[in-house]
Ligand binder design. Structure first.
Ligand code: HEC
Ligand code: HEC
Ligand code: HEC
Ligand code: HEC
Length: 333
């Protein structure tokens, strides 16, 4: 095939995949029938597994149902079991399909953040055939491989917005009954993606030699900080949209959305970035009130698109003006 034709086909495939990738922005919850479980990653990612095993994400599987506070929340909600039934499974466990019924197979694991892997596991590490090594892979193939993994449901950290959405979908605790009736904590109000991901959660082995957990670059942390702010805004808007009564859940969610849109406006005033301006406009146009579901969701959808686009295109070198916001290493969880 001549070179031009190959390039045209590649560009065409990329365009299709990018569109499919955006469909992923609907809902970061995993389809339990496509979850393979952390053991299926262990063969190639044992270093990441070892890090994960020291986090509360892992521990919650063994510990949550024994905690008195957890039992009280379940009791107030009239639940007979914490490990069975949808309510707690969604955020504290990894759900897998077992003959039509959903079962908790572990705490919050690899796929909770990176997406159910059945459709992407064989794609994400394929450098271009069995005889091509990491070093031999062309940059074009690497880009295509990542796009393809995203199109197949991977929340690939090469686009930080996809992973940021995983975190905030749980850490804003978007469940009205859980908060108002169960008196569950109202999300993690001090969540901030850099501080919360660069400490105990951090597991960057493949970026280095596979053996060292290398720190993320400042450029990457800038993109991450903004992606985290956008995702927090997106999911606080979604939570506000869900609220039906003027009680704790509604007020905390709306307040959080308001804090995030102010933070984003501050960031944008220092960067003057076209994609971020679209997100600021979408957030400012919507009223944070009850009975405003459609508009709140439309704003959240718009912000999701901006977040994906921003994380895809920003290199970080152009974002130095926000460095004062980046948390000090001593703040890493
Ligand atoms: C057969 C080996 C193998 C298995 C099994 C495997 N991976 Fe990977 N994974 C790799 C390799 C190799 C890379 C590095 C790709 C590269 O060089 O960009 C990688 C990269 C990744 C990345 C970074 C992607 C990127 O483009 O930067 C993530 C996230 C990831 N794997 C998650 C998982 C998860 C989650 C599982 C289990 C559901 C899993 N992997 C199973 C081999 C594997
Ligand atoms: C929508 C997501 C979500 C759901 C659903 C959810 N939780 Fe949580 N839960 C969280 C998050 C996020 C935290 C961490 C909050 C923090 O400390 O920042 C948490 C923390 C907790 C804590 C305090 C931390 C600890 O382990 O001591 C308890 C107890 C708890 N959850 C119990 C429950 C119970 C019981 C259910 C089911 C009735 C449930 N949760 C359902 C997201 C959720
Ligand atoms: C499937 C839901 C879910 C996802 C996805 C998730 N978390 Fe969590 N996270 C939790 C829950 C629940 C807890 C509390 C567990 C417990 O204590 O029982 C928690 C706890 C934590 C803690 C410990 C907090 C503390 O004060 O000890 C950190 C740090 C954290 N999460 C960071 C992150 C980051 C960063 C991401 C995304 C990259 C993320 N989480 C994605 C549900 C989730
Ligand atoms: C709490 C959410 C969360 C969980 C759980 C999680 N990851 Fe990640 N993962 C992330 C985030 C966020 C990044 C990007 C971090 C950064 O660049 O600093 C990442 C990055 C990666 C990378 C790329 C690292 C690099 O050097 O570029 C790989 C590979 C990976 N994860 C594999 C795994 C595997 C395997 C597991 C299960 C053992 C796992 N992850 C569990 C959130 C998570």
């Amino acid at each position: 095939m001549n070179k031009e034709l190959v390039l045209t086909i590649a560009a065409f495939q990329l365009a299709i995949m990018t569109n499919i990738g955006l469909a992923q922005l609907d809902n970061p919850h995993n389809d339990p029938s496509k979850v393979l479980g952390a053991e299926s990653c262990a063969k190639c990612h044992d270093a990441e597994i070892a890090v994960w095993k020291k986090t509360p994400h892992y521990d919650t599987f063994k510990k949550l149902h024994r905690k008195p506070e957890a039992k009280q929340i379940a009791e107030r909600m009239g639940l007979r079991s914490i490990k069975r039934g949808e309510t707690c499974l969604k955020c504290h466990y990894t759900e897998q399909d077992h003959g039509g019924a959903t079962k908790a197979i572990s705490g919050i694991s690899c796929e909770s953040c990176h997406g159910a892997s059945q459709d992407w596991i064989k794609i994400h590490n394929d450098y271009g055939g069995p005889n091509i090594s990491k070093l031999q892979e062309t940059p074009e193939h690497k880009t295509l491989r990542r796009e393809k993994s995203i199109a197949n449901g991977m929340r690939n950290p090469s686009n930080l917005y996809l992973v940021a959405r995983s975190c905030l979908n749980c850490h804003t605790t978007p469940d009205e009954n859980l908060v108002n009736v169960g008196q569950h904590p109202t999300g993690s109000l001090d969540f901030e993606l850099v501080a919360w991901s660069q400490g105990m959660v951090h597991h960057n082995f493949v970026a280095s030699d596979g053996k060292h957990n290398s720190p993320s670059t400042t450029e990457r942390l800038r993109v991450m900080y903004i992606a985290g702010t956008l995702a927090d805004l997106e999911f606080s808007l979604r939570a506000t949209a869900q609220a039906t009564t003027k009680a704790k859940f509604a007020t905390t969610s709306a307040l959080r959305a308001n804090t995030m849109r102010k933070k984003l406006a501050w960031i944008q005033s220092h960067l003057n970035h076209p994609t971020l301006q679209q997100a600021v406009d979408a957030a400012n146009e919507v009223e944070l009130k009850l009975d405003n579901k459609d508009q709140l969701i439309a704003a959240a959808d718009k912000i999701a698109d901006c977040g994906f686009e921003f994380a895809k295109t920003a290199s970080g070198t152009e974002l130095g003006a926000i460095d004062a916001l980046l948390p000090d290493k001593s703040k890493y969880k």
